[in-house]
Write a new protein. Structure first.
Length: 183
């Protein structure tokens, strides 16, 4: 079964993408934090949640996009992008909040595992995050970009892109409502 996978790093519009996909009728999960998924993240086991839904957005899909491409070869990948300056500032604020309000176990272990895989760090550091953004962009271009525009969509939700790019990529009609933007 094909999936729709949002593989942008967190703070790039992944929540807005998730809301848009749900409005289009896709059953997608944004950063699932149930205990089963948490254990699968930490252990490296495949995500069982994908047996019951159309896809994922945020770091769960981001850190495993190559594995998910192999597991679900006909899937569509959407990489949300964001200008580095505002992205770094948003990450800094997010991680300051995250540090002051730690998740309960096993969710904390899951979050830590995802952050280490995505950024190489569990605390904000501008240079480390900048390098991670560049590395992820390069890896996505190398792995998925070569497969053609029907496989990978680059979407700047924060910069104003929305239905006009997303709907043709997914082969669905453009809804008559504004693209959802969440903060």
């Amino acid at each position: 079964m094909n999936k729709v996978l949002g593989i942008g790093l967190n703070r790039t519009g992944t929540k807005s993408l998730n809301k848009a996909l749900r409005q289009l009728g896709f059953n997608v999960h944004h950063y699932p934090s149930d205990s089963i998924t948490a254990m699968e993240v930490v252990s490296g086991r495949p995500y069982s949640i994908l047996e019951r839904c159309d896809g994922l957005t945020d770091l769960h899909a981001t850190v495993r996009f190559k594995e998910l491409d192999e597991q679900y070869p006909g899937s569509k990948f959407i990489m949300t992008l964001r200008w580095h300056g505002t992205w770094l500032d948003s990450c800094r604020r997010h991680f300051e909040y995250y540090k002051a309000n730690p998740d309960a176990q096993p969710i904390r272990s899951m979050s830590r595992t995802l952050h280490l895989k995505a950024y190489g760090a569990d605390e904000y550091d501008e240079a480390t995050f900048q390098a991670a953004y560049q590395r992820h962009s390069h890896e996505v271009a190398e792995h998925l970009g070569r497969q053609g525009p029907e496989k990978l969509l680059l979407l700047d939700v924060v910069g104003g892109q929305g239905w006009e790019k997303l709907c043709p990529f997914l082969g669905v009609p453009i809804p008559d409502r504004p693209f959802p933007v969440t903060r």
